[in-house]
Design a protein around this ligand. Sequence first.
Ligand SMILES: *Cc1c(COP(=O)(O)O)cnc(C)c1O
Length: 390
Amino acid sequence: MSHLMNTYGRQAVGFVRGEGAWLWDAEGRRYLDALAGIAVNGLGHAHPRLVRAISEQAARLIHVSNIYQVAEQEALATRIAQLSGMDRVFFCNSGAEANEAAIKLARLHGHQRGIENPTIIVMERAWHGRTLGTLSATGSAKAQAGFGPLVGGFIRVPYNDLAAIERVVEHHAEVVAVLLEPLQGEGGIRVADIEYQTALHAFCKSKGLLYMIDEVQCGIGRTGSWFAFQHTGVLPDVMTLAKGLGSGVPIGACVAAGASADIFKPGNHGTTFGGGPLVCAAALETLAVMEEDGLLTRATVLGNQLMEGLRTALADVPGVLEVRGQGLMIGIELDRPCGVLVAKAIEAGLLINVTQDSVVRLLPPLILEDEQAAEILRLLVPLIRDFLAA
Ligand SMILES: *Cc1c(COP(=O)(O)O)cnc(C)c1O
């Protein structure tokens, strides 16, 4: 009997070693990783520069309290501010915690303006995490089932629908913020229209609402720019990050711009582990490698290669509804539930994921080589064809 709590329906495979986009199991069998720990391992596995940065930092200093100056944390905040054009960062340990910080920041902003029940607009099919606050913001009845009472203060609207938000704001004086994933990941790789994002940003500005975006999955180069909002030309008030930021060490960030950056004061929020020297050193090195090795451009090139390859190879397959995404965040929507493809892919030596029951999700590392992208197509296309033909 396993002594782990039964929170995951795990695949039968486990890994003992990785290198680049490859993973090996204990029997020495090799797997091509097209999931990267769910958008975490952007630099792939065992990247020599990351290994060195973590080892050297571990030998110097792993943890000190946030009651002291933390030079690595300062440096990482400065780097994120430079890359994003935003102003200040709060560091934590996960995507859910980053969103908790954003939710608390929005509520405090509301209270400072005399709003007693600050309310945040969230989206259908949104994914923001599994803490009680973020679970309540998440748009998944399955994830929420059994955990009521949920946290109040959220109103849900359809994704990509500005009129729905305008109607809510018209009828609710207590709305203080909108929380949006520019690209929904768990929600099935759905990309918000650029016009929707810019119009929503303008609407938020005109109503004094915070425009908050969750880039926990789509941030850190995955869509071909440092942050997905940079495809739109508008600057969010608040942005959350996590997954790809530390290449596998637990780090999250809540980033704010302008007046939003000065809402939290000492005592308002905190964390024991967040932003420690070790994880900040890993994140700094991650960003340095991504910049020096041109991985943002690679994400765009590889993403287009993969999406075009998939569209061409699956064009005559009736059960394939759509191939969509941006950069290395790719979804293939089928006309039926296809969760069994995950295990079939493992048998074929390929790691993928299925979300929303019928969307095959690819989130390969940004260090993927052309030949490896071709290998993903060679392995995946026949699996999808055979599955739909059965
Ligand atoms: C994964 C994810 C989260 C939650 O992050 P955790 O680190 O699992 O808490 C939040 N938002 C988005 C968009 C995510 O993809």
